[in-house]
Design a binder for this molecule. Structure first.
Ligand code: FAD
Ligand code: NDP
Length: 455
């Protein structure tokens, strides 16, 4: 056997790379991880964590307004966006230290710089060659921007997280996870938000009732949704921008943000020199065990463009380590992956949408509840929640659990366990609710939607 410098070199110290490196080191392997930016990767430095901190920050605007109905008075309440951004950055620095310590405490060598492969066993970093028997590519993705005249004026989520001043008016292009989350943050903080959607509404791929409920609530909050509209050009106009839309309408804005999906980070990685095949989008092609077309090279996380969520990258990383180093071939299970959108109000979802359920199972029963949560009554907040169960009529199994409303991500996590266990509607019905909560609605819904869905 060739004498390699390491047993494993991981490219990218993000969610997948850190987990795989740590588990491989704990299995006794000699590991190095290459990182060109900040240890922690997208989720910790430019994604889930800073975004959620801003969501918390923005939510206080609603909470303070609601508190008036509960007897509080808030004279003199003030908000300083720059202070929130600085506090958020302090927390990111702390987390970067935590992740760096995890690597060092596990005896992992951190190679700082951009890495690329020069052959199937050699990684080049800052002009030096490092060899390894096994290589894991976990380089994630980056924002992808369409070609539109004036696109250089647009920012992405990377910059939106670090604005030192809030704009008065923002145009957000895209209607996916990132677009609706940032629309919620900006809107709650008093920024005028226009969303430009090429589709008919937000969040393609989500259940139709989830999409409609969120769009309704966003509109009620004053977000201007321009559906079936595309941007033709962006031009500088004084201190702001003029955005020309299809239909020849123009919008004036202080900031234009694009959240139009992400591209896998494979450019310049030297994958061809190692025999690693990528698809048309540049994503690394892998088998069910996350192995690439080169036998000793594996890939996990966003760079493979499977399900771009942190817990998925982490689970793929753990499966890779079991397969490659522990002699237990383990394929990641992609069924019933729950997810949340931290919009305002937020979404929690697990399992099939109604349309998917009908396609796969034929006859389904739908239970749907829309209500004003108790908290909103004294607050006089006109915001409704939507909860929906989709049940396979033949087996009584619950196929989908969807919620739009306060605490939906926290509530749906537990129901994801039930779906993973194959719970039936009868078992949901036999579960005693916790009162008074919104979550109890999921175990008390008895009325089927009158028009049964048919295949
Ligand atoms: P990453 O975390 O992207 O890590 C890849 C690392 O590789 C990076 O640190 C990068 O600098 C490094 N790298 C790239 N190329 C090289 C190279 N050639 N050499 C050395 N290093 C390199 N997911 C959720 O589950 N929940 C959320 O709430 C959520 N919110 C998000 C919000 C935003 C704004 C964004 C952008 C994403 C969000 N995601 C969320 C998605 C989540 O961040 C990703 O799915 C996750 O980070 C993927 O992990 P990864 O290991 O594949 O890649
Ligand atoms: P998404 O794929 O979720 O959404 C992209 C949006 O941009 C869609 O509305 C899409 O429209 C639109 N779009 C794509 N191309 C164009 C174009 N050329 N012109 C106009 N609109 C366009 O990507 P995001 O960037 O929002 O997020 C990337 C991924 O990161 C997510 O899919 C998710 O996996 C992950 N993420 C997870 C979060 C969470 O868990 N809470 C939060 C943030 C990100 P159409 O629907 O018509 O294709």
């Amino acid at each position: 056997m060739a004498a390699y410098d390491f047993d494993l070199i991981t490219l990218g110290a993000g969610s997948g790379g850190v987990r795989a490196s740590r588990l491989a080191a704990q299995a006794g392997r000699r590991v190095a991880v290459v990182e060109e930016s900040r240890v922690g990767g997208t989720c910790v430095m430019r994604g889930c964590v800073p975004k959620k901190l801003l969501v918390y920050g923005a939510h206080f605007a609603d909470d303070l307004a609601d508190s008036l109905g509960y007897g509080w008075s808030m004279e003199g309440a003030d908000f300083d966006w720059a202070r929130l951004v600085v506090a958020k950055n302090t927390e990111l620095n702390r987390l970067e230290g935590v992740y760096t310590r995890i690597l060092r405490d596990n005896g992992i060598t951190v190679l700082e710089g951009r890495g690329h492969l020069s052959d199937a066993h050699t990684v080049m970093v800052a002009g030096k060659a490092y060899t390894a028997e096994t290589i894991l590519v976990a380089t994630g993705g980056r924002p992808s921007l369409p070609e539109v005249p004036g696109i250089e004026h647009a920012i992405t989520s990377n910059e939106a997280l670090d604005l030192m001043q809030l704009p008065e008016r923002v145009v957000i292009v895209g209607g996916g996870y990132i677009a609706v989350e940032f629309a919620g943050i900006f809107n709650a903080l008093g920024v005028g938000v226009t969303m430009v959607l090429r589709g008919d509404t937000v969040l393609r791929g989500f259940d139709a009732d989830v999409r409609a409920s969120l769009a309704e609530e966003m509109t009620r909050k004053g977000i201007d949704l321009r559906a079936e509209t595309v941007v033709r050009s962006i031009e500088r106009a004084g201190h702001g921008y003029t955005v020309l839309l299809s239909g020849d309408e123009t919008i004036e804005a202080d900031l234009v943000m694009y959240a139009t999906g992400r591209t896998p980070n494979t450019t310049g990685l030297g994958l061809e020199s190692a025999g690693v095949v990528v698809n048309a989008k540049g994503a690394i092609m892998v088998d069910a065990l996350s192995r690439t077309s080169a036998r000793n090279i594996w890939a996990v996380g966003d760079v493979t463009d499977r399900v771009a969520l942190t817990p998925v990258a982490i689970a793929e990383a753990a499966s890779f380590v079991r397969t490659a180093f522990l002699g237990q071939p383990s394929a990641m299970d992609y069924d019933n992956i729950p997810s949340a959108v931290f919009s305002m109000p937020p979404i929690g979802t697990v399992g099939l949408t109604e349309a998917e359920a009908i396609k796969r199972h034929g006859y389904v029963d739908v239970y749907l509840s829309r209500f004003k949560p108790m908290r909103n009554i004294l607050a006089e907040r006109d915001e409704r929640s939507m909860m929906k169960l989709i049940v396979d009529r033949a087996s009584d199994r619950v196929l989908g659990v969807h919620m739009v409303g306060a605490d939906a991500p926290e509530i749906v996590q537990g129901f994801a366990v039930a779906l993973k266990c194959g719970a039936t509607k009868a078992q949901f019905d036999a579960t005693v609710g916790i009162h008074p909560t919104a979550a109890e609605e999921f175990v008390t819904m008895r009325e089927k939607r009158p028009e049964p869905s048919r295949a």
